[in-house]
Unconditional design. Structure first.
Ligand code: PDD
Length: 284
């Protein structure tokens, strides 16, 4: 397993970061997760654009141009064993000489790129859907930034795992924000509803793909705030993320969503998503 760390390609077990790295001490870093199909990174330009925004949002200069990122990511992909991968990249503010909350005057960011096999959701999950729990969204107010300080997300996701579920659906002030590590969609009476992007949710790359596919395939949709009551009365619930693609949530807090099976709109979207992916893989 080869990783890229600060200018070098090296085996993962030899890639080491200082204990004085602000990523380690403060979670002072940003990241991206990019799915790779047949060794082709999916929506790379969009992931790099979001990275740029996150870096600006935490006052870090982008250490690489888009062309440099593309080349580095390409080399990591080449060297990984599986054609289906998830590339993880991380930029931290770098290594300081002492622990101090304020930014050091001069510091070189730490840059890591690594890749793992992409394990798509099991066929039974794609066909039968998954269960989720809900919880109060107690994260900070910059959830639009893809930062590595993910303790709140981890604690929230663990609530799902503890309940034998796959995701935690988050509610803030009575409105749906997103999942602990995914975006959430609601279907009611044949209409697809997506929460509008603001500082309370991550602008998901897969979320954009879902809405583009909805528009391109004649699915009616609206982007707007979604109340908790609408979430609870949904005919269908979906989650989306780079590693899970689109999945139907068929149970929320132990209650069936709709008739407890993936609904007709989900099945259409799932088919569109798979078709779109295979177009991209085959150079379309
Ligand atoms: N997470 N919202 C949150 C909080 C997320 O962590 C993610 C993805 C998403 C979906 O974004 P995208 O479609 O761009 O993957 C939404 C990644 C996969 C992770 O942290 O591993």
């Amino acid at each position: 397993m080869t990783v890229y760390l600060n200018g070098e390609f090296l085996p993962r077990d030899q890639a080491k970061v200082s204990v004085m790295d602000r990523g380690f001490l403060f979670g002072d870093g940003v990241y991206e997760v990019i799915p790779v199909y047949s060794r082709k990174p999916f929506r790379l330009a969009q992931h790099l654009a979001r990275l740029d925004k996150t870096l600006a949002g935490v006052r870090l200069d982008n250490p690489h141009s888009a062309a440099e990122w593309t080349a580095l990511i390409g080399r990591v992909i080449e060297q990984a064993p599986s054609p289906e991968q998830q590339v993880y990249l991380q930029v931290t503010r770098g290594v300081d000489s002492r622990r101090n909350h304020a930014f050091p005057a001069k510091v070189t960011p730490t840059v890591l790129i690594m890749s793992e096999a992409l394990v798509p959701p099991a066929p039974a999950q794609c066909a039968g859907g998954v269960a989720a729990v809900s919880a109060v969204d107690n994260r900070w107010l910059r959830c639009d930034l893809k930062v590595t300080s993910l303790l709140a997300n981890c604690l929230l996701r663990q609530l799902a795992v503890d309940a034998g579920c796959v995701e935690t659906v988050l509610l803030r002030d009575g409105f749906l924000s997103e999942g602990a590590a995914s975006n959430i969609f609601v279907v009611k009476d044949g209409l697809l509803l997506a929460p509008q992007q603001n500082h309370l949710m991550l602008p998901g790359i897969t979320y954009d793909v879902v809405l583009e596919l909805a528009a391109g395939n004649g699915l009616r949709y609206q982007v707007r705030d979604i109340r908790e009551a609408e979430l609870r009365a949904a005919d269908e619930l979906w989650l989306s993320s780079s590693t899970r693609e689109v999945l139907a949530i068929v149970e929320l807090d132990g209650q069936a969503v709709g008739d407890g099976r993936p609904g007709p709109l989900f099945r259409r979207m799932y088919a569109c998503y798979q078709a779109f992916k295979s177009e991209v893989m085959h150079g379309g």
